[in-house]
Design a protein around this ligand. Structure first.
Ligand code: ARG
Length: 595
């Protein structure tokens, strides 16, 4: 079955050739869904054809419309508004489409074909000195959803995480634990490992601040205080020892990072995200050094008298960037250069998407530019998906340090709110407690994920827990509820021995519109993949659900007496259910069968 876009496009080209005697193979036919206020299903823009027709857009559209209606069986009518040609597609086409797709549980979710593009998606990428917070939640949700969307659009996807497990910050937690920890462990304290390590990071910070304050009160400048601080000197020494492979430092480092990973695993599992490969900066931080030599040889980098290595990007409107310090140590950028090259060598990807907050926009601009200057053509496929900040309304769910919102606290809080809301609405009276607990988790996390993903990643946003758990409006629970209602309808149909089938010759307008909405799912996935925006999927499924609910409200399904019509309505409901399920899956959101 030809897609409707190809059908319209191919026949429009034929029409142009036949009407105006011109070759039209290379012509680009723009097709959009017809705006709600006009008659028609798809609209072709005629403005671009006027050089071929040598007539005004309106006249051109009319002549094309007349041709298409006469020559193409599937196009039953047309009208022209200014230069826009609105086409009505025959119901038979949509009935056929539904017939072919309605019982396919995988609808919309393509499997990567032989020779598909490989896209690597890097997301999460936390540091091991503290637990995950609200910003990471947005990062993980976007990364995980984009990965599924890219895959559904036909790509092979490799999900990776780059854990920053080394450096000054983790030494801070280590030193504080050594000094003031008294041997505390996750087991002895009952704390999650990442929270325990985070606690010592905060302890270090408090003590350092106190020391610096005391030094500055003696008249030292901030810079001198940092230099003279015993704690800072101990940290620097610890880092040097770690880099030199000192056994005791490495052991402590391994132990504490192990605690953190166990904690991260719990959070990732709860969030429902996973990775195909985890990179550790302790293994990658020396990688870029060879590239420094390569860049010097190619004349892309230059050396300063003190021995440090730089790249001059002033001609590109940026500044000079250091890649190797005078003491021979490398920087964040050097590491990222090396990591990117090693990934390209291992996976031969066509694209590499970094899901990283917008405060690192400059870093990635420079990174991609350097890679291109070094001659790596795959760098053209690198993309920084730069997402905005996410905040909570003041005073809500502040974590133990009183500064950031902890991911575990947030999720638990959401599940609790889901429980309260569900009970208050009296939605589940006869659930076993286990099923109820599962439902609260589904609703709580669904609300959180949907609220965050329905916003375009690039925009900053305010996450409002109360609003997100509303059972009405553009929320996760509203969509979940519609899905559960469709499941209940299908169960009742089974009980009544009603079958689903598509065996009709005619459908009403509302049904045709619903089928077209279902049809659009594939296009939405492609667009969401091309623009890295799960928000397109979220808003699409909301539109679909709104239209379905209205249909369900206006027409009876199970009470319809005409058996064929009833069967069609059951099949259509089932198909809408499948699309909701699969769209929500792309967002990483579970849907309940009962609610
Ligand atoms: N760990 C870094 C941070 O928390 C983010 C790493 C982003 N990824 C990258 N390849 N640079 O700021």
């Amino acid at each position: 079955m030809k897609s409707i876009e190809n059908l319209i496009s191919d026949n429009t080209k034929l029409a142009l050739t036949s009407l105006y005697n011109v070759p039209a193979d290379g012509v680009n036919v723009t097709i959009q869904p017809t705006r709600k206020e006009f008659e028609g299903d798809f609209t072709v823009t005629a403005f671009a054809f006027t050089p071929l027709s040598k007539k005004n857009p309106e006249q051109t559209a009319k002549e094309l419309g007349e041709y298409l209606k006469r020559e193409v069986a599937e196009i039953e009518d047309y009208n022209v508004i200014k230069g826009f040609l609105n086409l009505s597609i025959d119901k038979g086409y949509w009935i056929d489409f539904l017939k072919k797709s309605w019982n396919n549980k995988e609808y919309g979710i393509a499997k990567p074909a032989e020779g598909a593009n490989t896209i690597m998606v890097e997301y999460s990428s936390p540091n091991t000195n503290k637990p995950l917070h609200l910003g990471h939640v947005r990062n993980n949700l976007i990364g995980s959803s984009i990965s599924r969307i890219l895959e559904a659009a036909g790509n092979k996807v490799i999900k990776v995480n780059l854990v920053n497990d080394r450096g000054i910050h983790i030494c801070k937690s280590m030193l504080a634990w050594k000094k003031w920890g008294g041997g505390e462990t996750p087991e002895s304290s009952g704390m999650k490992g990442d929270h325990l390590v985070g606690k010592y990071y905060v302890v270090f910070d408090k003590n350092l601040k106190a020391e610096l304050k005391a030094l500055m009160e003696k008249g030292l400048s901030e810079e001198d205080a940092e230099k003279q601080s015993t704690l800072m000197n101990e940290i620097r020494e610890m880092l040097l020892k770690w880099e030199a492979g000192d056994k005791e430092s490495i052991e402590l480092w391994n132990k504490m990072n192990g605690w953190v990973y166990a904690g991260f695993d719990v959070t990732y599992k709860m969030l429902g995200v996973s990775f195909d490969k985890i990179y550790y900066e302790s293994k990658t931080y020396l990688l870029g050094k060879e590239m420094v030599a390569e860049g010097l040889k190619k004349g892309v980098f230059f050396k300063k008298p003190d021995g440090s290595v730089w790249i001059d990007l002033t001609a590109d409107g940026l500044d000079e960037k250091v890649l190797l310090r005078s003491d021979g140590t490398s920087v964040y950028m050097t590491q990222d250069l090396g990591t990117a090259v090693s990934r390209a060598e291992e996976f031969h990807f066509n694209g590499l998407v970094y899901i990283v907050g917008n405060e690192q926009e400059y870093h990635f601009k420079v990174l991609f530019l350097i890679l291109k200057k070094l001659g790596y053509t795959w760098a053209n496929g690198c993309f920084h998906l730069s997402y905005g900040m996410v905040e909570l309304p003041d005073g809500k769910m502040k974590s133990r340090e009183g500064t950031v919102v902890d991911a575990d606290d947030l999720m638990n809080e959401m599940i609790k709110t889901a429980e309260e809301t569900t009970k208050a609405l009296g939605k589940i009276e006869n659930f076993e407690s286990e099923e109820a607990a599962k439902l609260y988790k589904t609703i709580g996390l669904g609300a959180l994920k949907y609220f965050i993903l329905k916003v375009d990643p690039k925009k900053k946003m305010l996450f409002n827990p109360k609003e997100s758990i509303d059972f009405e409006g553009n929320t996760g629970p509203f969509l979940q509820y519609t899905y559960a209602r469709i499941c209940s309808l299908l169960r009742k149909a089974t009980d009544l021995n009603y079958t689903a089938s598509v065996n009709v010759n005619d459908i009403i307008k509302k049904e045709k519109e619903l089928i077209i909405k279902v049809y659009e799912f594939n296009k939405v996935i492609k667009e969401a993949a091309a623009t890295y925006s799960p928000a397109l999927v979220a808003n699409y499924v909301y539109e679909l659900v709104k239209e379905y609910n209205q249909y369900y409200h206006d027409y009876s399904v199970l009470k319809e007496e005409n058996a064929e019509l009833r069967s069609l309505r059951i099949a259509l409901s089932q198909q809408v259910g499948i699309v909701i399920h699969n769209a929500m899956w792309l967002l990483g959101i579970d849907v309940p069968e009962r609610m």
